[in-house]
Design a protein around this ligand. Structure first.
Ligand SMILES: [Zn+2]
Length: 283
């Protein structure tokens, strides 16, 4: 290789290097421009989005109160539920518009419960279908409501807890101070008012000299209405019928179901309270 050839090669390399640097510089500046354009677009979109969101009114504001949210769930549950109490022989319906209630906020209902002197413990999110689920921890007007299963908590919706004094006062007049509850809140079936904490099943009522088991002492009347006809001659049966009929007369309970209902109700009273519903049912 002579000197001229060496100079030619060096020159060619220098030219290639300059071209490469120019290419890199061009690519870099193109990337920068693209990045800037994308960033600017995103910023504009975000800003515009925020503006649009601010302009749309909140048609369905989120329900932050858990009791009201559960009340909303119950409304949808009621709308899709088929009425199971129709066609029951010798049942009675009554319209009581004055007794209609709506689910209240947690604060309102729990405040009521405390003012009534009832000790309660609030439960958490695992019972989100139950408006203000509470475990009732004290007697109500001198009557103890206890679960049949030893040490199990009595869990109901606050709206039912605030109405239990009505039942307590009725049974107390008949010398009863303890009400055994077989079932209150339970998760299934989801067609039942138990799953929203608004129903209780009572299997046994006890007092100083009384121990009434629904399965043994309730006298069914298959051919006559529950509160029609003469009361049973057996005093224990008479007390149980009187309790059912007095609870029915108050209009507080949407359903008063006795062993007369049959079909799985042979051993208990079922009481429930149904929001936004004026109809009362007895069997
Ligand atoms: Zn029940």
């Amino acid at each position: 290789m002579n000197r001229n050839e060496s100079l030619t090669i060096l020159y060619a390399r220098a030219v290639q290097g300059r071209q490469h640097r120019t290419r890199v510089a061009t690519q870099t500046s193109v990337s920068g421009v693209v990045f800037a354009v994308v960033a600017a677009s995103l910023t504009c979109m975000l800003f515009a989005g925020a503006q649009v969101r601010a302009d749309i009114p909140e048609l369905f504001p989120p329900i932050r109160d858990r009791a009201l949210a559960a009340g909303h769930y119950i409304g949808r549950f009621q709308a899709r539920r088929s009425e199971q109490r129709l066609g029951v022989l010798h049942s009675m319906w009554r319209d009581r518009p004055g007794e209609v209630f709506a689910i209240r906020s947690e604060a309102e209902c729990l405040g009521d419960l405390s003012r009534a002197g009832i000790r309660w413990q609030q439960l958490g999110i695992r019972t989100r279908r139950v408006p203000a689920a509470v475990a009732v921890q004290s007697s109500i007007n001198g009557v103890r409501f206890r679960k049949k299963r030893p040490d199990a908590p009595l869990i109901v919706a606050c709206e039912l807890a605030t109405r239990l004094h009505v039942l307590a006062d009725i049974v107390a007049r008949h010398g009863i101070n303890e009400v055994e509850v077989m079932s209150a809140f339970r998760r299934v079936p989801t067609t039942s008012y138990h799953h929203v904490g608004l129903a209780i099943d009572v299997t046994r009522l006890s007092g100083e000299n009384l121990d009434l088991h629904l399965i043994d002492h309730y006298q069914v009347t298959p051919f006559v209405g529950t509160c029609e006809g003469d009361p049973p001659s057996n005093p224990n049966a008479a007390i149980l019928r009187a309790i059912a009929c007095e609870a029915w007369e108050t209009g507080v309970f949407s359903s008063v179901i006795t062993p007369n209902y049959g079909r799985g109700h042979e051993n208990h009273f079922h009481f429930d309270v149904r929001p936004n519903d004026s109809m009362r049912f007895l069997r």
